[in-house]
Each structure stands twice: as C-alpha cells, then as structure tokens.
Design a protein around this ligand. Sequence first.
Ligand code: LLP
Length: 432
Amino acid sequence: MIPSPLPGQPQLHYRDHSLYLEGCRLSDLAREHATPLYVYSRAAMLEALAAYQRGFAGRQVQICYAMKANSSLAVLELFASQGCGFDIVSGGELERVLAAGGDPARVIFSGVGKTRAEMRQALHAGIQCFNVESEAELQVLHEVASGMGVRAPVSIRVNPDVDARTHPYISTGLKGNKFGVAHDRTLAIYQHAASLSGLRVVGIDCHIGSQITQEAPYLDAMDRMLDLVEAIEAAGIPIGHLDFGGGLGIDYNGDTPPAADALWAKLLARLDERGHGERALMIEPGRSLVGNAGVCLTEVLYLKPGEHKNFCIVDAAMNDLPRPAMYQAWHAIVPLEQASTGPERQASVYDVVGPICESGDWLGRDRALAVAPGEHLAVLSAGAYCASMGSTYNSRPRPAEVLVDGDQAHLVRARESVGDLFRHERLLGAGR
Ligand code: LLP
C-alpha cells in the first residue's frame, strides 16, 4: 500500500483505492482522454507559488516563471493571472507568453545564443530585460537596438563560480559551464555596457543550477553577487534589480530541498545584514512551481518476464518523458487503482520501459509493482521538464494535457495527430 498523500505531491491521494489529483479520479481521465496523458493540478501550482509569495511578503520581488519547465499555454495563463512575469529563452517562448496573455513588460530573456532576429522581436514586444551572457552578445544587442533607435534594457548574467551540488548537466554556476560571464570580468563588462549607447543597464543576474536541495550554494551565490553589486555601484553604475535565478529542487525520491519561504527567509536576512534590504529582487523559478503539480498517465501494454529482468512495457516512452533517459532521473511510478478486485496482477520487480527502439527508453528501473496489462500507472513529479522536453521520435504524436481544478478537468492540449507530425513535409514524386 502506498502512503497517502504521496511524498512531494500535495494534491495527489488515494481515495477508495483510486488515485485522485485534486477531485478528479485519474483512471477516469485515462479512459476518457487515452494515454499517455499529462495531468496537472491547478491548486498544486498555486500552492507552490504561494510558498514564494509568503517568503516575499512585504518585499519588492518579481517572480518570473521559467517557462521552459512547462510551457503549456494554460499553465502560462495561470501564472500570468497571478501577476507573474516570465523567464524566456527563445523567440518561440516569447510568442507563447503573448498567446497566453502574459505581460511582455514582465519578461526577461535569458540564454547564451539569442539571435539578432530574436533580439529585434523582443525589443518590438517591449520586454523588461535581456539577461546577457557574454561580451559578444552585449555588442550585438547594442548594434541591434541602435539600429532600431532604442536602448535595450540589460542585466549581465554572472557565473558566481559556486557549486550547486546537483547533476552535472543541470549545474550552471561553475567556471567550466557555458553560462554567464566570469565573476572577475564582471565589473569591466558593466563599465563597457554603460558606455554603449544602445544599452541601458537595469540589473544583474545569476542562476547557479537546477534541482538544488541545499541552502548553502544559494547563500554563497548571494554573497558573491552582493560583492559585485557593491563594486559596480561604487564605479558609478546603478544596479536596479538583482535577479537570483531559479533552481530550487523538489522531492522526487525523498529529496529534502528547503521550502521556498524558508529558503528566502534566510536569503532575505542575508540581504538585510549586508544593507541591501531595499533592493528590488527577481527570481526565475521553474521546476519548484510546476514539478510536483503534474503526473503522466500510462497504460501497461505487456509484461515480459526475463532471466535477468522483468519488463513492464507501457505506452509512454522516452519521447514523452525524457528525464530518466537523459539524466537517469528517478520518478515515482504508482498504480491508478489499488483495489484487490479486477484483473489478475503479477507482483514483481520490473523495469518500466516504453515502446521506443532504444535501450535507453525506460521510465523507471527495479520497481516493485503488482500490475496487469490494460491497467494504468502514474509517473509522478512529471509537471516540469517532461512534456516541455518531449519529442516525436519514432513518429509518436505528443500526448494530450489536462488541467484539473477541483473536480473539473479541462483538456488544455489535444493529443497531436500523426498528420500533425508530417504536415510540413513534401514528397518528391514517384520515380525520382
Ligand atoms: N533561469 C535560467 C537561466 C535557467 O537556465 C533555468 C533552468 C531556470 C531559470 C529554471 O530553473 P529551475 O527553477 O527549473 O531549476 N531539463 C533539466 C533542467 C534544466 C534546467 C535548465 N535551466 C531537468 O529536467 O532536470
């Protein structure tokens, strides 16, 4: 029997042996919309946001949701309705924000490889700030903005060189990473930026990694950033805001990250101690706002016992949910129905794998499950970096997405069709 409520998943619980997200029975949704299916809880997202808002009560802080975590329009619409801004990394993400009714004046544009076209698009839209990641980018942004007769608002992303102690692929604040400018070059770069007529310095930013579960790296980064702010302002360049990035982890498998409000109580105390209590702040959380608000439902297709391994073959795969294949990430996998009646289940330890022709196509390894073909499973903590990182490999259309609100379930993304996948392709004609 699985504990209820499930770890890290505030709106997920078993009721009468059936798994519910808020007031919606997930097996009903799986039957109605078919699988694989993403289901998100509106209340869980709002609760996650509220933890930050509690931490910031009485302070001037702008929360810019890092939409790469989950860029579905309905999710963006929800955060926009709560006054959030957005952290974007492409012109495509900017278009999504606008389509969802987000305010471009609360958009910050991160990323190491912005194109000139994306810079022009963002300047036209009137975004709040470009988080510039290199001296070369600074120069190009100056040229693009000057050509348009405007001044681009800039913040420079600093690599504070602290170890976020997370997976190497998602650690971004160390010297060896491609992100940001070196700490010891920052002052000189600000002086150069302040001299360029196409730019307007508005802030400074950092982002040290993702799935961070400790406070210490954040406190170290805060100190390193404040040292810089003081040096830059002493050189006569005012720093409007300090953007501290995202990165706070979630509970996937007994992980114990600090709560957002507890973490920020410590960080704000540090700011106060150092005399920066009045400074405008921004943050860019992604995973911690949506990760534990979503599940991916999948149907068991076949059980395949083997000499070394037993496989539970399901209809979701690495294209739908790439984190296990990419990062050996652990996601809890639980049955939607626990009642002892129903099909004859086979209890065993399984590797839960998808239909894709790759050995890396697995969702969970060595999982104790009692399952039968035709039954459904839920992959948990699937609200962040799952649907948004999905692909259509093996010509598998992307899943549908449902947002639940109490006992109401809203289809917010229809399942893609195979026709959608090759709509833009052209045949050359027979005989060629
Ligand atoms: N700001 C910047 C500049 C970022 O690069 C990121 C994430 C965030 C904010 C949001 O970080 P979060 O609060 O979500 O940790 N695909 C990986 C995670 C990649 C994170 C990339 N950057 C995963 O599935 O674990």
